[in-house]
Design a protein around this ligand. Structure first.
Ligand SMILES: Cc1cc2nc3c(=O)[nH]c(=O)nc-3n(C[C@H](O)[C@H](O)[C@H](O)COP(=O)(O)O)c2cc1C
Length: 544
């Protein structure tokens, strides 16, 4: 942890929303909004409308109706978990810079949860026939359609799907989508790929035992608990204990009412039920985080046994699908520090200064950039490339190393680095036998492969040919004083030294900037010679 005393993480969603509102990070929409056609598209605009990340907000919809005209008394919030890193940090009670440290500490030092009676999440209990009556059960909640025009149903997106390993009794909580099928039935999608959903491993065990799998879908837990859902944690780690470690205090939990599971006591809504293991049900289409629509496939059919919720529950939903999205922000701020920690502390890669997972459109996982200090050892760069591509089966299909004057958030700068700092025949490696990762299922079934590129500067280079920073700064002041259109500087926006420069050239540049260029001309006149061809570098001929 750095510097200032830490504000405690919000204890529940409501405290978090109040803090967002106090910081001006929450926008209330009081006009009527259709949850099935308008709500997600409205929030989507802040990711596709050219706004800077810092302008993104949480949206609280207080006047929600369905496409069938039915009004809902509960509000819906979207973007409240991670529309921007600032919103995510608020949910953790830290600054954006501290997120990585908090994750490292939370995983290293989990704190066991505490159990309470009469929890807020069970203030209202819906069971039996009330789950099945028209407009009752799941239909009584304002669950939005995420990708109208393509999705087959309203979906829970901000879930913590809680299941228990029937052998070890360790619980797992994962963020998996769950689509509405009936007022008392859902279909849950748990990834079956290598390193897919922890809940799927539990399902396989219950299936082997010939029993249905108990599940509790938690919606609207405190952000610090919610953030453990999308994080890849070891299977023997209970997310609730990691959340305790993240917040520095035990999480309040309670027993679910109709299944033998423990859930966060302060959640807004809990949907309890049993997942069939003797059959699966068609699920989807639904817009996926890899940016394509997941087509209909067989997934887990869940019979609801109870819905419990707070009085006047708040329904939380996440914008996912094409990135950048709330889902990608949530993963980016948590994954990047863990990769950096692994590469630096576990693999001890020398010279590594940063890890950036590529966000726009590609959804973080396939493309990773590593930043290295100038003059890093080439074999360390390659160890870094290999380490990043193998840490998780689903991440690092393409890994590109750059020197840290290049900002990988600017894809143009990466292309620039590849164009001038790499020689494909020496600096590129294709490694076979990569498992297929998260992606559209229409791809060919063949095993995938990995592409590693060393685009770091292999030697010193002449300065970047933009005016030196002091001149750009001065010019910016003039620009702003005379009222020209506002600037948002894009790196690189000023010249920098890259190692190849000498005192004489520095003196020439200083003289030119003072208007004394004729002195430079007098100097070069003295150095004229008859015995060299044009374009011969001067330092090859002159000795000092
Ligand atoms: C908004 C969102 C939706 C997600 N949907 C799914 C999903 O439907 N199925 C799935 O297996 N993983 C999904 N994920 C990814 C998992 O949450 C992630 O892989 C996590 O590590 C799973 O936890 P587990 O390892 O405990 O299973 C989603 C993540 C986010 C942020």
């Amino acid at each position: 942890m750095t510097g200032t005393a830490r504000l405690h993480a919000p204890l529940d969603l409501r405290e978090h929303l109040a803090r967002l509102e106090a910081k001006g990070l929450l926008t209330r929409i009081d006009e009527p909004v259709n949850k099935d056609t308008q709500l997600h598209p409205l929030v989507r605009w802040q990711f596709t409308g050219g706004l800077p990340e810092s302008a993104r907000r949480a949206f609280m919809f207080t006047n929600v109706f369905g496409a069938d005209g039915r009004k809902f008394s509960s509000p819906v919030v979207v973007g409240a978990l991670a529309a921007s890193p600032e919103i995510y940090a608020t949910g953790m009670g830290v600054t954006v810079d501290e997120i990585g440290d908090v994750w490292t500490r939370g995983i290293a030092s989990p704190i066991d949860p505490v159990r309470i009676e009469n929890p807020p999440c069970q203030e209202v209990v819906i069971t039996g026939d009330d789950l099945r009556k028209p407009g009752g059960g799941l239909a009584s909640l304002p669950i939005p359609v995420s990708t109208p025009g393509f999705d087959s149903a309203p979906y829970f997106t901000a879930t913590l799907c809680t299941t228990k390993d029937p052998e070890t009794h360790v619980q797992n909580m994962g963020t998996y989508r769950a689509g509405l099928k009936a007022t008392d039935r859902l279909c849950v999608r748990m990834a079956t790929r290598l390193t897919g959903a922890g809940g799927y491993q539990h399902w396989l065990k219950y299936k082997e035992m010939g029993k249905p799998m108990p599940i509790a879908i938690v919606v609207g837990a405190s952000p610090i608990v919610q953030y453990t859902g999308p994080q890849k944690l070891a299977t023997d780690l209970d997310e609730m204990a990691v959340a305790g470690g993240l917040s520095g205090a035990p999480i309040r939990t309670c027993k679910a009412l109709t299944v033998d599971l423990v859930v966060p006591a302060d959640a807004e809504i809990v949907v309890e039920g049993l997942i069939d293991t003797d059959c699966v049900e068609p699920e989807g289409p639904f817009g996926e985080s890899h940016g394509y629509i997941a087509l209909e496939e067989f997934n887990m059919s869940m019979r609801v046994t109870a819905i419990t919720h707070r009085r006047d529950p708040i329904l939380v939903s996440i914008v996912s699908q094409v990135t950048p999205s709330e889902s990608s922000v949530m993963k980016k701020v948590a994954y990047e520090p863990l990769y950096l920690e692994h590469l630096k502390k576990v693999l001890n890669i020398k010279g590594l200064t940063g890890v950036v997972m590529h966000e726009p459109l590609s959804n973080l996982r396939p493309i990773i950039f590593l930043q290295f200090a100038p003059k890093s050892i080439q074999s360390e760069v390659w160890r870094g490339l290999q380490g990043a591509s193998t840490l998780q089966a689903q991440c690092g299909k393409i890994v590109i190393a750059v020197t840290n004057d290049v900002d990988p958030r600017n894809a143009d700068a990466v292309f620039w680095s590849m164009a001038y700092r790499s020689n494909p025949i020496e600096d590129l490696l294709v490694v076979p036998y990569r498992s297929r990762s998260h992606g559209p299922k229409s791809e060919s079934g063949a095993a995938n492969s990995t592409l590693l590129i060393d685009a770091t500067a292999k030697s010193v280079m002449p300065p970047l040919a933009l005016p030196a920073r002091q001149y750009m700064d001065e010019a910016k002041e003039i620009w702003e004083r005379i009222g020209l259109p506002p600037l948002s500087p894009q790196a690189p926006w000023h010249g920098v030294h890259l190692g190849d420069w000498d005192d004489r050239w520095e003196r020439f540049a200083q003289a030119a900037a003072r208007g004394e260029w004729e002195r430079n001309g007098e100097n070069s006149f003295q150095r004229r010679r008859p015995d060299v061809a044009p374009e011969t570098p001067v330092r090859r001929v002159e000795k000092d």
